[in-house]
Structures are given as C-alpha cells and as structure tokens.
Design a protein around this ligand. Sequence first.
Ligand SMILES: [Zn+2]
Length: 546
Amino acid sequence: MKRWATERQLQDLLCELVRIPSISGSAAEREFPKAVAGLLSEMPYFREHPELLRSHPAEDGRELVTALVRSKRPTSRTVVLLSHFDVVEIDCYGEWQEHAFHAEELTRLFYDRPEALPDDVRADVESGNWLFGRGVMDMKCGLAVHMSMLERAADGEFDGNVLLLAVPDEEVNSVGMRAAVPVLTAMAEELGLEYALVLNAEAMHRPAEDDSIRYLEKGSIGKALPGYLCYGRETHVAQPFEGLNGNYMAAEITRELELDASFCEEVDGYLAPPPTNLIQSSLMTSYSVTIPYRAVAMFNLLMLEKTVDELVAPLLGVAERAARRIEERFAERVKRFASLGGADRPDFKVKVLRYEELLDIANRTFGEAQVKLAIAAAAEQLPPGADDRQAAAAAVDAIALLCKHLAPMIVLFFAPPYYPPISSRNDPFVNGLADRLSEYAKERHGMELRSNSHHGAMLDLSYVGSEEAAASVRQLAADMPLWGERYSIPFEAMEKFKVPVMNLGPFGKDAHKWTERLNRDHAFGKLPDVVAYCLKVVFEGANGEK
Ligand SMILES: [Zn+2]
C-alpha cells in the first residue's frame, strides 16, 4: 500500500514535513534528517534493505540523507533526486508567525482575513488552489514528491535506480551539498552506480508573469561574493585631512559597482541580474574619535558562464575607478578647505591589490609564521558565532594591518559562499529529455512546459561537477582568505561527478516572503506524473541495449 500516492496523501506528507521548523542553522534543521529517515524506514523496501537508507555527517555535524531504491532489473543507471530541507526565517510573518509552519491552518487563517492580504495574494487564496506556509514551495514540496518517487520505484515502476538525496543548509552556505558530492562519488563506486541525471525539484523560476506557463531549467545561476577591504589612514576627527576614511572609500566602491549592468551576462535570452551590495561596514570594533580608517564592502555577483578568472579583471577595474575618484574628490575637498584658510595637503595614491598579492607581500616582508599568527589572532577576536563573511574580512584586515605601510589601499578578495554556474543546455541528452517532457506535459495535461538554460536562484546543482567549476578553483583558492580552513568546495570530487543536471519543480510564488505559497493542482497532480515520466525516459534502454 502506497502512503504517498494520491493528491491528498502528498499534501499530508508535505504538511508533515513543513511542521518541522527546519530554519537553516536551527536545532530543528539538525533533527529533520531523522524525521525523513524515520518516514522512509517504514517503507517495506527499506525494512528489507536498511543499509540503503543512510545519514551522512557534513563538516559541522549537520546530516544529509541518502535513500537508494534499486531497480528490479539490475542496472547501474541511476537518477539522483536532489532536495534541500532547510528553510529561511519566519520573522516576516509578523502576527502570523506562530502559524508559519502549519500550512493548512495558515491557509485557512488567510482565507478568513482577506482584507489583511495584498491583492494578488487574496485572489490566489480565494481560488482555493494555493497552500501557504514556510517551506511549502522552497522546497519541501520537492522533497515530498521525491519521496513519492522512491515509493513508486520500490513498487517496480522504474527500470533504473532512484537515489534520493536530501541536504541541509542550501539557503546559507550549502554545507550539505558540498559534503554530498564526495558521498555520492563514493557510493557510486561502492554500489556500482552510474549517475545519468541529477534532478532537482526547486520551485520553477518564473521569468514571465504568465501563470499558465510552467518551466523546467537545465542548470542554475552561479554566485560569487567579491569583497573589497578599504584601508585608509587613521587620524583624529579634528584633523580629517591627515587621514582617509575607510567608510568613505567603501561608499565609492558601492557607488561604482552597485547595479552595474556591464557585469550582466546573457545566455539563450536569459539575462542575469546585476551585482548589488550585501555588506558594507566599518571594521572598527568600538566607537572613538579616530576616523574609521578600515572598512569592508561585499557584493552579490551572479554569473551564467563566467569563471572566477574572468571576474577578477573587471572587479579590479571597479576598485581602480573608485581609487581614482577617491583621490580626485579628496584633492578637491582639500583645495576648497585651503581656499577658506585651512592647511593644504599633498596628493596621495590609493593602491589596488588582490588578496593574493597582499598575502605575498606580507609573507616576504614579515615571514609566513608571523602572517599566520596575525590571521589566527584576528580569528580569535571574532565575536562568538561570527560567520564566514566576518572571518574572511577579519583575515584580510589582519594582513592589511601588518602591511599598513602600503596604505591607503583597496584589497579585492572573495568571501564564501561560491556557487559555480552550471547548465546542461548544450547536452543533447538533456535537450532531448526536455523536449520529451514538454510533449508529454502538453499531451497528457494540456500544460505548456518550457525550458530555460538556468534557474534564476542559487541552487545546490552548482556543485555537480563541470569544467567551468574546475577552472575557477585556482583563482578562488588564491583570493579567498581561509580557503581550505574554514570553507572549501570539493572540486576534486566534483571532477568525478560530471553528471547532467535538470530542475523540475513545483509552481509557487513569493519564496522567502510571508506569502510563500504553492499551487496545489500542479504540485500534487501534474508534477509527480511528469517527474515519473522523466525517470522513465532517462531509464529507457537502461538494461544494456543502449
Ligand atoms: Zn530552495
């Protein structure tokens, strides 16, 4: 007897998964894998094969779950069904917060209070076809659908192996997926698996506002987090022209890079969004009347095909233009001040360096041992619970402090996380598969299913291996402080894990907002059928004929 076959059963399963408040970094996120493993372990298949249902620790002890159902007809051909089970915070729910994880209840409450909802949301509530709640679309629906595929696989529906992979921390640093890649390559060897496709089930990316069109994606966008450490000159506020304010330097960098469309790539008609500032702060730890002469700015930068190597030159260009502007503007202000009777000041130059160059100068000037000590001392002074961004900035800052003779300077570095862009848009197998799925969706469900080259959000699919990713590793390792210590990407395992990718997920709206909602008809009716068809197409000829 299947437990997750009907629309009602699937909705119940989803609501059960949503009830676990697995916000990234929370205790519930740590507990979640046990709940999934618990549900799966009740399947007769896993009672018979408990060794194929496993939990694996990531570097920080959070766990990921794998569950393999082998085909009755022996084959190595395997599809990986990927999902993440962490969700984002719920502060934005305000008065509704306590109901955020009770999807059916929250949906009812919204129905009873239409006047408290934005217009477009009210229309959806009244249609009765939407389920609200944190995680319903992003992305516990995907996990529920994948669990139902395992059940169908155990029932003998597919001629290939189905491997479910559910990971934590997708919304923050992808700790789970980065740990999963070596796990999957080891399992392939141990169990004789050949991965034909990694199928993710994140809610589809909606480039058009037309609600009737559905999309699948052949990849996902990449993301880097370039940072600029701005090291000016210290001075008392009463003699500001003796120094250079780091906060001002950071402001000029933001002015230069914010929403700069020259960084936007276009592929197959899909245009990546421009960079935007995520962090801009002083590195002074306390208030004083010394100007904040050290500051940092970090930017979200999205890529479709560019490697880190290709980003460095334009990012240095930003720093150079900001440096020239800082010099010019400072000179102007000095002149104006002098015209009023203030003291004149000589001009200065702002140096622009990459992190690797700064580190090299520091090592040659002070010796590697002293540089290491300085970085370690800075790490110790971090507040408890400091994240990877703070740690990266503190490391660059420590080295810049050693090399203060170079100031004023701007140092370009990369902070975690890094998501390599990935797309199987040039893979004939994936293109053929996408066409078959579109035809099937039209015939069977009257549904228009279009293909996009990239999903517009960062997905864990980024860590499925690709040439571009490998090409980025050298530059990234060189210019990312604490690389290999606090943060790393399993590029070696990714090299061995070059598998075509696709995202085929539910239709939802307002991810990461309090109005996050899932279209029920599609999620529990059409989507599971199309995903099952997708598996059947991938497994065609899986028994040696091909
Ligand atoms: Zn997600």
